[in-house]
Ligand binder design. Structure first.
Ligand SMILES: [Zn+2]
Length: 306
């Protein structure tokens, strides 16, 4: 069974929850570290001969076109992470469309190929936005989406109170956890973030803070069980998680903990998983669930064929 290895390519100052401290007007003033940190991810892939999907932030791609070409030339999938790292639930449908369209054309102008996979910042396509966001993605030629997270812990009513309200959008308990084809006015192959069931909660142990706090053997055991039941899993990482020398911003203790805790575990855990399990791109992992010749084409392709 092939699992999906995914990387959100963004700068160290694009982490979620700090937009207030680092608004887009300031991004160009800050030190760029993405080339170095992404090279570490590429080296890891190389070492274990694994292909991955790199969700490129359009803003980063437009400033580092050589990096995008290096990723493509190494045989990986180049996909879109939007242009300005804006959460979908903060955008109107036209704003969302403009943001994704801009990122796709930046990537196409660099690689010569329009991306066919998308991931929204902070898994921000939720139940309320899916009905309009998916047709927009499909119209832009997106076939595979990885923007939903079936988290119960974060989305649950328990945390709908301050000071956690800002996190309340990150989960969508109704999203379902299985990779699948979602049929409707716009059909997309959907790969939600892989979560693990612990007691009554779905928790994200395959990337981010969850990946850095849970013991490796537990994640490995979970992947083993998942693959045995015929379901591919997905891990996600950010280049800045492999950069322990990144500058520190004046953040509150909660955000600092979420982004800085145990960064050393990321390379270790990813190496372990790449050694013991098979990984490929998001598209390759989805091909096992929904073969490409059986999947409904994105609206963009249907329209151009008509
Ligand atoms: Zn991101």
């Amino acid at each position: 069974m092939l699992n999906a290895l995914t990387v959100d390519v963004e700068e160290w100052f694009h982490v979620c929850g700090i937009e207030r401290h680092v608004p887009p007007e300031r991004w160009d003033e800050l030190e760029s570290r993405v080339e170095d940190s992404t090279r570490r991810v590429l080296d890891l892939c190389d070492r274990f001969q694994a292909r991955a999907t790199f969700f490129m932030l359009g803003w980063v791609a437009s400033r580092h076109p050589e990096l995008v070409r290096r990723i493509r030339d190494a045989g990986h999938e180049v996909a879109s992470h939007g242009m300005w790292h804006r959460k979908v639930f903060r955008l109107t449908p036209p704003q969302f469309e403009a943001d994704v369209r801009e990122s796709c054309s930046v990537l196409e102008s660099i690689t010569g190929r329009a991306p066919t996979a998308f991931r929204a910042p902070e898994w921000s396509i939720d139940a309320e936005r899916r009905p309009w966001a998916y047709p927009i993605l499909s119209r832009l030629g997106i076939r595979d989406d990885s923007s939903v997270s079936p988290l119960t812990w974060i989305s649950g009513a328990k945390l709908e109170t301050k000071p956690f309200r800002w996190r309340a959008h990150a989960g969508d308990a109704a999203a379902g956890s299985a990779p699948r084809e979602e049929l409707g006015p716009a059909s997309l192959r959907v790969f939600p973030v892989t979560t693990m069931r612990l007691f009554w909660e779905n928790l994200p142990f395959t990337g981010g803070l969850g990946f850095r706090t849970s013991p490796y053997w537990y994640t490995a055991y979970f992947f083993e069980q998942l693959n045995r039941s015929g379901v591919p899993g997905m891990i996600y990482l950010h280049p800045w998680e492999l950069d322990r020398e990144q500058p520190r911003l004046p953040l509150g203790p909660v955000v600092r903990f979420m982004h800085g805790f145990n960064l050393g575990a990321v390379a270790r855990n990813v190496s372990g998983l790449l050694r013991h399990f098979r990984f490929g791109t998001l598209a390759e992992a989805l091909d096992q669930v929904v073969p490409p010749d059986q999947a409904v084409a994105p609206l963009a392709m249907q329209e151009s064929a008509a």
